[in-house]
Design a protein around this ligand. Structure first.
Ligand code: HEC
Ligand code: HEC
Length: 483
């Protein structure tokens, strides 16, 4: 090209324009990065317990709810929650002085987001009497939490035509003075994207609402179907396997050759932690391995809680003998931590049937493809339920894998004499029967109804010790309090 002075001038001009455009793009990019992706580490936690309760696992990226939307949803749509009182009506643990419940970590990734961690399902609450404040115990079964009601709440909110940027912003304005820029972002990007994401959940969770399957109720979910349908995207297969949230303290108790999960579906603690965490974060973040390492070390050593009420030690000592004669052959022997065939233990079959060898093979492939190393799911046909370690059993009511027996006294009754309808999720402790109060006006108001005739809820089987005399049963129960 012949570069005349005129051409030269034009070229310079074009160069300037290009530079300005590039700067604008860069600036815009930096701005977008700052407002949407800039990751701010959470402030350090005072101790392991705080980290377990409020620490992010990295799920806020893929599965977080923007903080201000999370805050206003119960105000906008209280009718989609199980009762009055906002999120507390879901039975989640909420400590005084905290702006979010236990199990709902807050993290800024561009903007503040609310995620979940293990504590949402693995924190128990108990009280000696209705007028007491609850005591929260981490790594315990989250017997009050209604996970299904939370999923349903979010989806119903998103489907409601009142879930619009205008309405959400109006609600936020009532409680928080958002900056002009953030308002624009919320209105034109964040709110519409969240609505869209939550609506996608509706299809992903449609299997939850199949005809003939009761609600999970408080303290349970359908863990293997969550894995099969949500994580592995396998076709619906007609199974329904509701299971209690278990305790996850003292994981050091699992020795080589023992397996975890109610049916022994997983080889070792690390594998269960990894799979549970992937269910929360969906995509492992950079620090995933380090997070898993911390969780494993913490939970291996976390001791089970001691029974906080009175124990008659003499009676417990005689109960120890009854235990040795009647229970130890499974619960303190080489059978412990290993499956007892379903035909032998005789409890409800649905949870066992909700998992299979092929699903385990598929699950191991999916996790390996994510680049995460673990020993993994047991690629075998499973035969029954694990003879559980009984550490901290006093806080693990209701009992059996599906939570069909409300307290220890009833577990020592033949199935025909166990209560057929009761209420789960009330946290006042029943020191006489060892378990939670499961009937009466308050338990009915707070809890979810559990009917043993519904699918997955059978209370049959495990009739060990039911023929003992009343005195020996009393002694045995006293001993069980001390484990
Ligand atoms: C949505 C509720 C939920 C969340 C969140 C959750 N779990 Fe669980 N967890 C369960 C249920 C239900 C089971 C029982 C599964 C079964 O049927 O075997 C379980 C089982 C386990 C077990 C096996 C216990 C045993 O002794 O067999 C461990 C360990 C565990 N979870 C750890 C975790 C960790 C660590 C996290 C967080 C990374 C987590 N869970 C998150 C509900 C949950
Ligand atoms: C033949 C083996 C066997 C014997 C004997 C046995 N159990 Fe069990 N136990 C099991 C199995 C298997 C399970 C899991 C069943 C299920 O969840 O469906 C279980 C579950 C339990 C649970 C519920 C654990 C939980 O987290 O909900 C308790 C409590 C319990 N057993 C106590 C006892 C007591 C007390 C005795 C003695 C009177 C006893 N067991 C005798 C095998 C046995």
């Amino acid at each position: 090209m012949n570069v005349t002075p005129v051409n030269m001038k034009r070229l310079r001009k074009i160069q300037w324009i290009l530079l300005v455009i590039a700067l604008l793009l860069l600036g815009g990019g930096a701005f977008a990065w700052y407002k949407f992706f800039r990751e701010v580490p959470q402030p350090p936690f005072a101790n392991g317990e705080e980290r377990f309760k409020y620490g992010s696992l990295g799920g806020e990226n893929e599965a977080g709810v923007p903080y201000w939307i999370f805050v206003v949803l119960p105000r906008m749509f209280p009718e989609y929650l199980p009762g009055p009182g906002g999120y507390a009506s879901l039975g989640i643990a909420w400590e005084e002085g905290h702006d979010l419940p236990i199990g709902f970590p807050k993290k800024t990734i561009g903007f503040e987001r609310v995620g979940n961690n293990c504590a949402v399902c693995h924190t128990a609450s108990y009280r000696a009497s209705p007028d007491e404040n609850p005591t929260y115990v981490i790594a315990a079964p989250g017997h009050t939490t209604d996970v299904q009601a939370y999923f349903r709440f979010l989806i119903k909110c998103a489907k409601d035509p009142r879930f619009t940027p205008d309405n959400v912003m109006r609600e936020i304005d009532l409680i928080y003075g958002m900056s002009f820029i953030d308002r624009l972002l919320y209105r034109f990007a964040i709110i519409p994207i969240v609505k869209q994401r939550l609506l996608e959940r509706e299809g992903q969770f449609a299997w939850m609402n199949r005809h003939g399957m009761p609600d999970w109720g408080r303290g349970r979910d359908d863990p293997m179907n969550l894995t099969k349908y949500f994580m592995l995207e396998r076709p619906e297969d007609g199974t329904f396997g509701p299971a209690d949230m278990p305790s996850i303290w003292n994981l050091d108790k699992y020795k080589e050759g023992q397996t975890l999960n109610w049916d022994g579906a997983t080889w070792d603690p690390r594998s269960v932690l990894v799979d549970s965490a992937l269910g929360i974060v969906l995509k492992p973040q950079r620090d995933f391995e380090a997070q898993m390492q911390w969780l494993e070390e913490y939970l291996r050593k976390r001791p089970p809680p001691k029974y906080p009420f009175e124990v008659d030690l003499d009676l417990a000592a005689s109960g120890a003998k009854v235990f040795d004669e009647t229970c130890a052959q499974c619960h303190r022997s080489n059978r412990t931590g290993r499956p007892v065939p379903l035909a032998e233990v005789g409890t409800d079959r649905n949870r066992l049937e909700s998992w299979n060898k092929q699903a385990a093979i598929d699950g191991n492939i999916v996790v390996a493809n994510m680049g995460v190393k673990r020993r993994g799911l047991v690629e075998q046909d499973l035969v029954g339920y694990i003879a559980a370690h009984l550490d901290g059993i006093w806080l693990r009511a209701p009992y059996l894998h599906n939570g069909a027996v409300m307290n220890l006294r009833e577990l020592l009754e033949p199935a025909s004499r166990r209560t057929k309808v009761f209420y789960r999720g009330y946290d006042v402790y029943d020191q006489v029967n060892v378990g939670f109060v499961a009937d009466g006006p308050e338990a009915r108001r707070v809890g979810t109804k559990f009917d043993v005739t519904e699918r997955g809820n059978g209370n049959q089987g495990h009739e060990y010790g039911t023929a003992l005399s009343a005195d020996r049963k009393r002694a045995l129960i006293e001993y069980l309090k001390t484990l």
